[in-house]
Write a protein that binds this ligand. Structure first.
Ligand SMILES: C[S@@+](CC[C@H](N)C(=O)[O-])C[C@H]1O[C@@H](n2cnc3c(N)ncnc32)[C@H](O)[C@@H]1O
Length: 340
């Protein structure tokens, strides 16, 4: 699954799991409560572990359901069509002028009174509106995992044609060639492995930790101040299927209810402490970057208060925006903390 998401571990999932697996019994329950694209959840499932995935954000929950709870297309009985038929009918919808056209396309007139935004071409925005309207109409006839699959497909399709430089924090002033292509929902290639026994939750890990019991927990927190809820606001709106107010020049939804304490130097230690203390788990792995908010000494000091700490280092490709950015390699740290 190709996905430009800050901190996406697709490329190093196997390396990280190579270390983690040494500490796990077969068929262990492993939590991935900051799952993002669910790349690590999918890799854990492939290796036969039972996974508890969650995230603060709704689109991540859709990705986790699809990547953990399906190994083939669901039946879509309620719609009387198979998966291919559902996608074909969504791709053939007449464009309609709704929230995305009005707020996120160059022909729209933002309610905030600012200049028209250019996140999507006008045609693509109107096609997204039509798909959103159809998904809302179908919702009562879809199972949770069917609904997640269609929202997952819509998020991935929107990512392929979004006129952005890396994240949705702002749109590009000129058009990228991919943004001018027509948006199309493509069929998902399903992961293999057991579909049973995986659990998908949503919420701040430090708040829902008491609902999780696991043999090990992999934590992959944001490592910068940049809030994911703000930087991926468009994906959250697609995932929720709602019509939020688009605020300011960039048209962000109000995302403060999904503010992450892991992006704050002041709050991060308490967020880790609450997670370690509340979860029924005594083995934690934490990914963190050399570029992160806290340095190695601070992290090691923080984790040492909870038990034995070990650190493994891997070189990793830096996230690079279209505008260039730093690039190159960066050391990715994996801390192991035994809290018993
Ligand atoms: C570095 S990314 C994870 C990337 C993921 N491992 C992947 O491969 O795609 C960090 C994730 O943590 C989530 N997050 C941030 N704060 C959180 C919190 N307090 N509780 C749960 N998830 C949180 C973000 O929404 C984001 O998806």
């Amino acid at each position: 699954m190709s996905y430009r998401y800050i901190g996406n571990k697709t490329r190093i999932a196997d390396v990280i799991l190579g270390v983690v697996a040494d500490y796990l019994p077969p068929q262990a329950v492993v939590a991935d409560p900051m799952c993002g694209t669910a790349s690590m959840s999918a890799a854990l499932r492939q290796r036969g572990y039972r996974v508890v995935a969650s995230d603060l954000l709704t689109f991540a929950v859709h990705h986790a359901r699809v990547r953990l709870q399906l190994d083939a297309a669901p039946s879509f009985d309620g719609l009387g069509m198979n998966y291919a038929g559902v996608l074909a009918s969504l791709n053939a919808l007449e464009p309609t002028e709704g929230l995305f056209w009005r707020e996120y396309s160059p022909d729209g007139t933002p309610a905030a009174g600012c200049a028209a935004r250019k996140y999507f071409s006008s045609t693509n925005a109107a096609r997204i509106d039509a798909i959103r309207e159809q998904l809302r109409a179908w919702q009562p006839r879809l199972s949770d995992v069917e609904s997640s699959l269609l929202h997952h497909d819509l998020v991935l399709a929107a990512n392929r044609v979004a006129n952005i430089a890396g994240t949705y924090g702002h749109y590009r002033s000129t058009w990228s060639s991919s943004a001018l292509r027509e948006i199309t929902l493509r069929p998902t290639g399903f992961e293999q492995g057991p579909t049973e026994d995986h659990i998908v939750l949503q919420g701040a890990v430090e708040e829902i930790a008491s609902e999780i019991s696991a043999d090990a927990c992999y934590l992959d927190p944001p490592y910068m101040k940049r809030q994911y809820a703000a930087n991926y606001h468009i994906l959250e709106t697609l995932a929720r299927g709602d019509d939020p107010e688009a605020i300011g020049v960039s048209g962000l939804r109000d995302w403060w209810d999904q503010y992450s304490d892991f992006c704050s130097k002041r709050n991060i230690a308490d967020a880790f402490a609450a997670t370690f203390n509340k979860m029924d788990c005594s083995l934690f792995f934490v990914s963190y970057s050399e570029d992160g908010l806290l340095d190695v000494g601070t992290m090691t000091g923080l984790f040492s208060e909870f038990g034995e700490v070990k650190r493994f280092d891997f070189p990793h490709q830096r996230f690079k925006s279209n505008r260039g950015g730093v690039g190159g390699t960066v050391t990715e740290y994996l801390y192991m903390i035994r809290t018993d």
